[in-house]
Design a protein around this ligand. Structure first.
Ligand SMILES: Cc1ncc(COP(=O)(O)O)c(C=O)c1O
Length: 485
């Protein structure tokens, strides 16, 4: 077994031991429950609108908030600021070649910037882009350029509870049907996303990717691989996939590169820094994409990134090839999921990367989707714990043209696990407060909009509780916990 840092304790418990120690820390604040109630009310029950000073554990996202290593921080000191031809870029480019085995690299300021350049180059009106699952910004760029997105996942992908190890796999029959229906000429590429973000950080297998490649080769269709969540995916390939058991993390990465024509990534996730990039061996595509770089990003040797971040990415990518680095996130998530399951709390299984996903539809089965159960649970959890999670459900959808709600397939409270940031006792605290909330779930009611933006309403929208349920929750908390925060 590869998880040799999961230690059996004398008590019999299995615990994921951290293979790092904290040497720089950030002070945290846990406001009392009255302050938390006040803060979430001011934020319109929208966790995006909370001030971080009022948040104890920020589990909103893993984007740009992973812990850096000492080696990354040290590398930032030697960054070469030259506008053109910087040594920093040369180091990053070499590391990309080493890891992805691809010769051509375009730096961008973050993941969606890569998506902009790829979509402008490859998508046109009428294009159909098959993918395992969409990500919000990916879809927006494809649609912006006149294309449509077709999600071709297996049935298991949307099941909350499953033992299927690779929910991010592409359904090959659906891929073939799409090609037959639309014609290969209208399908410029298939997009495969590592660690599918919106369905619970679920991985795609190497064997599935190889099968997709075989089909694409028959029709001359390219493969674009979104490697933003690659580090979690690599961990799952290694631990869950027979053909990867004896491969090193770098060998698995090379095998993934082999099936890809383009690899792009958000370095806010992959590489544990902030930035992004596009890699390819396709000269024709490279030159076309390169023309857009000075227009949207910056010169070829920085692409909108700070050189300090580029140095951090170079080291971060190298460290990503270390199993004892990339295992931390998935192991902590698995620990949290298992602890919640023991208490009967509904969570997405199998555990994925990125974060722990609570099934708000089952947790609050008395709250209709039009009252945003996942949003209500996020607000209630903040009140109970000072922890900020993210709603991923109907509230994150957009109304249709007639103003009707678009009811989401799933209602999830996402509790992201930024890598190497939290301690196990902090995770235990999150589990404890969530189980208290579960025992008191009938106190939780729904939410109603007071300010509803037309586009991406989940970012800036404000809501109120549909009754005085939040005051009742505060009273019950005080009854059970007394003066404890
Ligand atoms: C799978 C995936 N692709 C693309 C992006 C966009 O990256 P960025 O936030 O750096 O623009 C993200 C961000 O969360 C992501 O998870």
């Amino acid at each position: 077994m590869t998880d040799n840092n999961i230690i059996k304790m004398y008590t019999g418990d299995n615990v994921p031991l951290e293979m790092h120690k904290a040497r720089v820390v950030q002070k945290l604040n846990l406001p009392d429950i009255d302050k938390r109630f006040e803060a979430i009310t001011e934020a319109g029950n929208n966790t995006f609108l909370l001030n971080n000073r009022d948040v104890y554990l920020d589990m909103l996202t893993d984007s740009g908030v992973n812990a850096m290593s000492d080696r990354q921080q040290a590398a930032m000191m030697i960054a070469d600021d030259s506008y053109a031809g910087s040594e920093t870029f040369a180091r990053l480019e070499n590391k990309i070649k080493d890891i992805f085995n691809m010769d051509l690299f375009l730096p961008t300021h973050q993941g969606r910037a890569s998506e902009n350049i790829i979509s402008r180059t490859m998508v046109k009106s009428g294009s159909v882009i098959p993918m395992n699952y969409h990500f919000t910004t990916t879809k927006a760029h494809i649609v912006e350029n006149g294309g449509t997105v077709e999600e071709i996942y297996n049935d298991e992908a949307l099941k909350i509870n499953s033992t299927y190890p690779f929910k991010g796999n592409i359904n090959l029959e659906k891929l073939q049907n799409l090609i037959d229906e639309h014609g290969a000429n209208n399908i410029p590429f298939v997009r495969i996303e590592a660690g599918t973000n919106l369905i619970g950080g679920q991985p795609v297998s190497l064997s599935n990717m190889r099968q997709v490649r075989k089909i694409c080769d028959k029709y001359g269709i390219k493969i674009v691989f979104d490697a933003s969540l690659l580090q979690d995916n690599l961990y799952f390939n290694k631990c869950r996939e027979e053909i990867c058991k004896d491969m090193s993390i770098k060998e698995i990465t090379h095998a993934i590169s082999e099936i890809s024509d383009i690899i792009y990534f958000s370095a806010r996730k992959l590489g544990n820094a902030r930035g992004g990039g596009i890699c390819t061996d396709d000269q024709d595509l490279y030159y076309k994409m390169r023309e857009l770089l000075p227009l949207y990003e910056g010169f070829l040797t920085y692409g909108g990134m700070s050189v300090r971040e580029m140095e951090a990415i170079t080291v971060g990518l190298e460290e990503t090839m270390d199993l004892n680095m990339i295992n931390q996130g998935p192991q902590f998530i698995a620990y949290m999921v298992e602890e919640l399951k023991k208490k009967g709390i509904p969570v997405v299984t199998p555990p994925g990367g990125l974060g722990c996903h609570v099934d708000a539809m089952a947790f609050l089965d008395h709250v209709p989707q039009t009252k945003y159960p996942a949003g209500a649970l996020a607000a209630a959890f903040y009140i109970a714990s000072g922890i900020r999670g993210m709603e991923r459900g109907t509230l994150s959808e957009q109304r249709d043209e007639d103003g009707n709600e678009t009811i989401s397939n799933m209602e999830l409270l996402r509790l992201a696990m930024p890598r190497r940031v939290f301690t196990l006792s902090q995770v235990k605290y999150a589990v404890d407060r969530l189980s208290w909330l579960y025992d008191n779930r009938k106190l939780i009611g729904g939410l109603e909009f007071t300010e509803e933006p037309r586009v991406l309403r989940f970012f800036f929208g404000k809501l109120k509780a549909d009754s005085n349920w939040q005051s009742k929750l505060v009273d019950k908390f005080k009854e059970d916990f007394g003066n404890s925060l």
